[in-house]
Ligand binder design. Structure first.
Ligand code: UDP
Ligand code: MG
Length: 316
């Protein structure tokens, strides 16, 4: 059984050593039949040299350096495309997802599941804000989207070749990988685990990126927000007709007061609704535009696969 572990890394220089130690302890069980793919997503620190060093020391390690920062989901895609294993596990570089869970995941896969994903029963060492927003995100996403995306799961999962190939056939740029696996179907099962705090470094998902990620997820898996626009327009039409009745009544009763407040209210409400609707349309149009360009998702600038040890390189 050939196994691939895929890890996207961005500015994780302090974590690479621990990561490699923990991962190779696991792959040791598979001897030469395993690879650890570390994708450097345009890091600005020493992540790439740490990866290069690790790959010189351990032949199982494959380093892939992207030409620029393309974001977590695309870095992960780059790693998945490079993976040669029959079973592929993806996890974060910060070891928040315990790689040791793989034994259990393997066990479930042996019993016929195509995808075994980790479900976070608890999150340690993350701020209240992060936990609350993540909790909300998965619930809103499920209410909004047309497919059932498992709640509280990240990209921590073990998949087999069949499922991975299916997902890699999806060419979209706005990649929401956990949703793509859910959409792909096949036999899936979740395993609960407790999400550890980050080993080193800090989160690479500040609020700004979290919002972009959520909007990507919503628009990639649902057209409901577009329908929301229609619904909102019904609501505003209803309110407008109520106001019309009020205006007529005032006219008939000769109570035509200056009416400043109602005008301001009506104007701000309707312009708000219009802007929101336009915004939703814009999100989709923008994505259509980006997808239509069909640019490659990433470029690899360096790779350590099958790299010769430095000594041989110099004598060659
Ligand atoms: N990451 C990446 N590119 C980015 C942002 C993050 O490759 O632009 C990697 C990061 O190095 C980590 C994983 O994606 O391995 C998840 O990021 P992080 O742990 O910061 O997210 P969180 O756990 O806080 O949601
Ligand atoms: Mg993390």
């Amino acid at each position: 059984m050939y196994l691939s572990l895929v890890v996207p890394c961005m500015n994780e220089e302090d974590g690479i050593d621990t990561l490699v130690t923990r991962l190779s302890a696991i792959t040791a069980q598979w001897h030469q039949r395993a690879e650890i793919i570390l994708v450097d997503d345009g890091s600005t620190d020493g992540t790439w040299s740490a990866i290069e060093q690790a790959s010189q020391q351990c032949s199982q390690i494959v380093g892939i350096k992207l030409s620029a920062n393309r974001g977590h989901q695309i870095a992960l895609t780059a790693g998945l495309e490079a993976a040669k294993g029959e079973r592929i596990m993806m996890l974060d570089a910060d070891l928040q997802d315990p790689p040791e869970l793989m034994t259990d995941m393997m066990f479930m896969m042996d019993r016929g599941f195509d995808v075994v994903y980790g479900r976070r029963a608890e999150r340690l060492g993350e701020t209240m804000f992060k936990r609350a927003t993540a909790h909300m995100f998965y619930r809103v996403l499920n209410a909004m989207s047309d497919i059932d995306i498992p709640r509280d799961t990240g990209d921590f999962r073990l998949v087999n070749r069949k499922t991975l190939d299916a997902v890699l056939e999806m060419p979209e740029r706005a990649r929401f990988i956990r949703g793509m696996f859910a959409w792909a179907g096949f036999k899936q099962v979740g395993i609960e685990y407790i999400r550890a705090p980050r080993e080193t470094g800090e989160t690479k998902y500040p609020l700004r990126k979290m919002i972009r990620f959520s909007v990507d997820a919503m628009t990639a898996f649902s057209t409901k927000p577009l329908k929301l626009a229609t619904r909102l327009s019904f609501v505003s039409l209803f309110i407008a007709s109520m106001m019309a009745i009020y205006v007529f009544r005032s006219l008939i009763l000769f109570q035509t007061a200056p009416g400043w407040a109602s005008v301001i209210l009506a104007v701000s409400f309707f312009s708000g609704v219009q802007l929101l609707t336009l915004g939703i349309l814009g999100e989709y149009v923008g994505r259509l535009y980006v997808e239509a360009k069909k640019r490659p998702l990433y470029f690899v600038s360096e790779e350590t696969r099958d790299a010769m040890p430095i000594a041989t390189k110099m004598s060659a």
